[in-house]
Design a binder for this molecule. Structure first.
Ligand SMILES: Nc1ncnc2c1ncn2[C@@H]1O[C@H](COP(=O)(O)OP(=O)(O)OP(=O)(O)O)[C@@H](O)[C@H]1O
Length: 280
């Protein structure tokens, strides 16, 4: 659905933010995009949305370059950005202005979500709190029903009940025709939803793997004197949690935070093991 080919980007007079990034995103998946602060997650989302132009390479959505920002492409994607400014319009007016851009927009979904988020259609957006504004954008993004939904730190600003509410809403939203990419540091908020992980580091993709492959090849458990030597990665600050080759052990629950730290520290070891999967 979405392909990034040899994508390169830097801001004026700055170091490269992305160096030759190649990625492919398929429908039916929720992708987690991770990276340390400043590694280019928001930039990548802006490139995909056509808000920035790559210095080299291409982003194509359903075979069309997103850089052209053609109507046909823009109606296929929605970006919920991390930072935004929203106008002093009532929610229902804002919905009317934006819904017309999206052929599959569902007013029913939008107003159901607005109600679920305890907002009311006549509230003026500029007078809402940051978290409430974010909920309006999330409702708009989900109601737009676009094949590609990009969410940059969607749980930032949401209170604890709203985070689980969003998790539940997103789980029911994804279907075989849609692809969702979520950039987040709040791994725990959405970890149960994510089924594919992409990690950016040093302007490159250092990890790109479905979690089914991670479960097949890696085992998440506690390090002990007996097994310490076989650990691919262990972190004492995680209470002795460690990652091992799975071998013939039962499947374990994936700890995304530990996986992220492991990939940043031992990318070659982790990737070599995952690449040994025979997909044939
Ligand atoms: N408008 C801009 N002009 C110049 N440099 C920028 C601009 N926006 C971002 N950058 C730089 O580009 C790099 C990538 O920023 P980006 O916001 O994409 O990172 P990020 O991974 O989303 O970070 P975070 O996790 O902190 O949200 C950073 O070094 C940042 O300083």
């Amino acid at each position: 659905m979405l392909t990034l080919k040899q994508l390169q980007f830097h801001y004026p007079n700055s170091r490269p933010v992305l160096k030759s990034v190649n990625l492919s995103f398929k429908p039916g998946g929720i992708y987690g995009l991770f990276g340390k602060n400043g590694e280019g997650k928001s930039t990548l989302m802006k490139l995909v949305s056509g808000l920035l132009n790559p210095k080299m390479g291409l982003c194509s959505l359903k075979g069309r370059s997103t850089q052209s920002r053609s109507v046909a492409t823009l109606r296929d994607l929605f970006l919920v950005p991390e930072d935004f400014e929203l106008p002093g319009l009532p929610i229902q007016t804002y919905e009317k202005v934006h819904s017309s851009f999206y052929p599959n927009f569902s007013k029913e979904t939008f107003y159901n979500l607005i109600e679920e988020f305890r907002l009311s259609p006549n509230q003026v957006i500029s007078r809402l709190s940051f978290g409430q504004k974010k909920k309006v954008l999330i409702a708009l993004g989900l109601a737009a029903n676009t094949p590609l939904l990009l969410m940059d730190e969607p749980t930032n600003g949401l209170d604890i009940p709203s985070k689980s509410q969003l998790r539940r809403i997103l789980a029911s939203y994804v279907d075989d025709g849609k692809c969702i990419i979520i950039a987040t540091h709040q791994v725990r908020d959405l970890h149960s939803l994510i089924d594919h992980v992409v990690i950016l580091d040093n302007a490159q993709v250092i990890f790109d793997s479905p979690l089914s492959d991670v479960s097949e090849k890696l085992w998440f458990g506690k390090a002990s004197k007996e097994n310490e030597a076989s650990a691919l990665f262990s972190e004492s600050t995680f209470g002795g949690k460690a990652i091992f080759p799975r071998e013939d052990r039962d499947e374990s629950e994936i700890d995304l935070e530990l996986l992220f730290n492991a990939v940043l520290t031992e990318p070659t070891q982790i990737n070599t093991l995952l690449n040994s999967i025979n997909h044939g």
